[in-house]
Design a protein around this ligand. Structure first.
Ligand code: MG
Length: 236
């Protein structure tokens, strides 16, 4: 397989800075070698969020082994940095990280409410489950998915990287095929526009055009949060 990706990240229209960290930092391609793509969305006052997402990403990319090992390394790095610097106490981050092998076999590791989507045959599938209180309420039928999208507590995470000595990681396995498109994003995208908009806008044009069109759509919808998108095309 050949992987072709584009990266778009924007602070949005409300936030003063961008606490999301994408990986890689810029667009590129990989053929015959493993590719790693990821999104992290940091949280924590002052500089905490930026430090958390950047620290987690650096550790996760540098680590070897399974995606669970990589995110475990990220967790340890953020947790120890927060203990070292009192002004960073309590910082944490989401991370959604995909390891794409040359044969199409793919593993995704995930903690938090950033998301991975797959577009295959013009159909959008959300691959990851959000680790939020409202998504747990949706799962037990306490509130509807529509109410969850606007619920005031929708941003409250049940799991994040770096806030405790250990973190539980969701690990997903899938086999990518030519013409598949993978989209990773922070909640600044998925919280602002519908899945149907992500499918139509994110499924059109080149990876570069799609990534920036998604950012633009989230900003048009209000841009309430930092917006980060990584779009990956799978070619034979
Ligand atoms: Mg966010």
């Amino acid at each position: 397989m050949k992987y072709v990706w584009a990266v778009a990240s924007h602070q949005g229209r409300v936030r003063a800075n961008n606490q999301d960290t994408p990986y890689p930092a810029s667009s590129g391609t990989a053929e015959g070698v493993r590719a790693v793509v990821a999104v992290a969305d940091g949280m924590g006052g002052a500089a905490g969020g930026e430090v958390a997402s950047a620290t987690a990403m650096q550790a996760a990319v540098a680590a070897d082994g399974t995606v669970t090992n990589r995110i475990g390394s990220a967790n340890a790095a953020v947790f120890s940095e927060a203990r070292r610097q009192p002004e960073l106490a309590g910082m944490g981050t989401t991370i959604t990280l995909a390891v794409l092998e040359p044969d199409g076999s793919t593993t995704i590791g995930h903690v938090g409410d950033s998301r991975a989507y797959l577009i295959r045959d013009k159909t959008l599938e959300q691959l990851t489950n959000d680790h939020t209180i409202v998504s747990e309420w949706v799962a037990i039928g306490a509130i509807s998915p529509e109410d969850a999208k606007i619920h005031p507590r929708r941003g409250m995470l049940t799991r994040s990287v770096g806030v405790a000595p250990q973190v539980e990681v969701d690990e997903l396995h899938l086999s990518l095929q030519p013409d598949d498109r993978l989209i990773l994003c922070s909640d600044g995208l998925s919280g602002m526009i519908s899945d149907d908009a992500i499918r139509s806008i994110g499924g059109s044009g080149t990876v570069e055009a799609a990534a920036w069109a998604l950012v633009e759509a989230a900003n048009q919808a209000g841009g309430h949060d930092n917006i980060t998108v990584v779009v990956v095309d799978v070619e034979s």
